[in-house]
Design a binder for this molecule. Structure first.
Ligand code: GLN
Length: 199
């Protein structure tokens, strides 16, 4: 298994550190050539979504990654990564991959005072630590989207098919349950692809 990590801006090194710790190989995606390689899962880290969106296009990565996500590549989008995946942004005219049928509000907690820590339940993982930094939240979801977690009645974690979108930064805490959930999804897809080709 090899996981592609978008490495053009933001908190990619922290995700890489966790993958290393869990014994998972990863590929840093920095240009179009990287984006067209074969990998089994994709992590879109937190950072600044406008900058990331611009770099994705300038570095010729946008179409290749979008196509892979549409085809079912498992993806974990955290914070800015969630914004890249969202079908719609309620307070921004920007539009990036648009593969996750949710409406997201950027900087939803305010720009300066918007950083905080809490712990809440995510899906069947139990409570997980959540660090929010100038975070977005999910205002609404369309059919087929599973809400995995809420904080103060705002949706902060969703899953749609093979896409996981989070408002917070799981890579900034010691808990590994979120990454494990994502890697389980990657393993399952690998198994499905293998069985389709072999059996
Ligand atoms: N505020 C950032 C944005 O809108 C996201 C913040 C983050 O990734 N921590 O792109």
């Amino acid at each position: 298994m090899i996981v592609g990590v978008l490495a053009v801006q933001g908190a990619f090194a922290e995700h890489e550190k966790i993958l290393k710790e869990l014994g998972v190989d990863y590929l840093e995606l920095r240009n179009g050539n990287d984006a067209r390689q074969n990998f089994d899962g994709l992590i879109l880290p937190g950072g600044e979504s406008t900058t990331q969106g611009k770099l994705l296009r300038e570095l010729d990565m946008f179409e290749a990654l979008q196509e892979k996500i549409v085809e079912g590549l498992p993806v974990l989008g955290t914070c800015a990564g969630l914004i890249l995946l969202a079908e719609e942004l309620s307070n921004d005219s920007a539009h990036h991959f648009g593969t996750l049928p949710v409406t997201v509000k950027r900087n939803a907690y305010g720009r300066q005072l918007g950083s905080f820590y809490t712990e809440e339940v995510v899906g069947d993982l139990g409570k997980v630590p959540m660090t929010f930094i100038r975070a977005p939240y999910i205002e609404s979801v369309k059919a087929g989207v599973e809400v995995l977690g809420e904080v103060n009645e705002h949706i902060v974690a969703v899953r749609y098919k093979n896409q996981i979108g989070l408002s917070f930064h799981p890579e900034l805490n010691e808990d590994r349950k979120i990454h494990q959930m994502f890697l389980d999804m990657v393993s399952l897809r690998d198994l499905q692809t293998w069985s389709q080709n072999v059996i």
